[in-house]
Each structure stands twice: as C-alpha cells, then as structure tokens.
Design a protein around this ligand. Structure first.
Ligand SMILES: [Zn+2]
Length: 197
C-alpha cells in the first residue's frame, strides 16, 4: 500500500474527487516504491472496490455529537499500480482511509476525539456515532498502541492520549504524511500488524 495525500477538503465528496483526479492523471512521479525505493516508475494496473462508512461534512472543529451525524455507506474504487522496477503491486490508498478499516479516517478520529478530548458520555458517544462499544475500544486500543511512534513523529514530550490526539488532528494530512515518511508504514494499521515494538 502507498498512501496518496488528499488535501484537507471539507467534504467527503471533494476528497473522493481529488483522489479520482490523481489516479486519472497517471502522474505517479512523486511516489516511492516501499519495496525497492524506486521513485516514480509505476504503471497503472488494476483496481478493486472497497466499502467505506463516512460522514459527509468532515470538520474536526465544528462537529456536534448529536444523533444526526448521518454516517453513509459507500463503495470506493481503489487503484492499484505496479512498480516497473521490482514488479510488485501497490494499492493507492487515499489518506481519508486507514488501512483495513471500513470507517473513514475522519470517522475514527472524531470517535476518539469525543472520548479523549471532549469527555463525552460513553452512551451518548455510541448513540451519536452509531457504533458499538467493542468497536470503539478496538480503535482506542490501536490508538494507544500508536502513541509512542506518534509522539516521535510529532516531536512532543507530552505523551498523554488527549495531547497526542489533539496534535494529530490539528494537521491530520501532514501528520499522516510524516508518519509514513518516518516509518514506511501507514498510520493505524490494526493492532496485530503493528510492528514498532
Ligand atoms: Zn519496487
């Protein structure tokens, strides 16, 4: 998987449009193969469809945790490219999707924000987001597991979960890019795939 940086547009539709424009451009000159480190030598190969649950208006600041968040199910076409140097195939994963998670990156982050930063009552949180207790704690566990590596990327000494999360969502796209650049792993891979320690 290679992450494709999608600038912080406010709506999910714009983000999808930006991703589609990027893959349609066939300009992969800035991408680097995670296997052989060759830069910009790719051929567009195939695609697959994956499911995603998202919220239309994606803004960390303005969100109100009420029952009208309206999560939406969709299907998204993900492009796969082939490295001409080593022959390996890589899915181009837009940064609004975290690897192997069916909920969008924003959705997962606002769930964590609700608890860790806004101290929302747990029942209200689950009702507002329409997720289960189990799912929330699964994300929370992954997040806690990522704190040491995230604090390295953020260069902060304050390792408290609320502080790390605040810094992450303050400039989410930059954080995701920097994280990948530093560890060559996409942020928030699930617990079992985590290989930092
Ligand atoms: Zn390669």
């Amino acid at each position: 998987m290679i992450p494709v940086r999608i600038n912080n547009c406010n709506t999910f539709k714009l983000k999808c449009q930006e991703y589609q424009n990027f893959v349609a451009s066939n300009d992969f000159s800035n991408l680097v193969c995670p296997i052989c480190d060759t830069k910009g030598d790719f051929t567009r190969n195939t695609s697959y469809v994956r499911n995603l649950i998202y919220i239309e208006d994606e803004s960390f600041d303005d969100i109100e945790y009420n029952s009208n968040l309206n999560s939406i199910d969709t299907k998204l076409k993900i492009t796969v490219i082939r490295c001409n140097s080593c022959g390996k195939y890589h899915a181009l994963l837009p940064t609004f999707i975290l690897p192997y998670h069916i909920y969008s990156a924003y959705f997962i982050m606002i769930s964590l924000q609700a608890k860790l930063i806004k101290n929302l009552n747990m029942n209200k949180l689950l009702e507002s987001l329409g997720i289960s207790h189990k799912l929330f704690y699964y994300w929370n566990r992954i997040f806690l597991n990522y704190i040491p590596s995230s604090s390295t990327v953020l260069d902060t000494a304050d390792n408290s979960p609320p502080n790390i999360l605040k810094l992450i969502i303050f400039n989410f796209e930059n954080f995701l890019s920097n994280f990948y650049e530093q560890f060559k792993i996409i942020f928030f891979l699930n617990y079992d795939n985590h290989k930092f320690y």
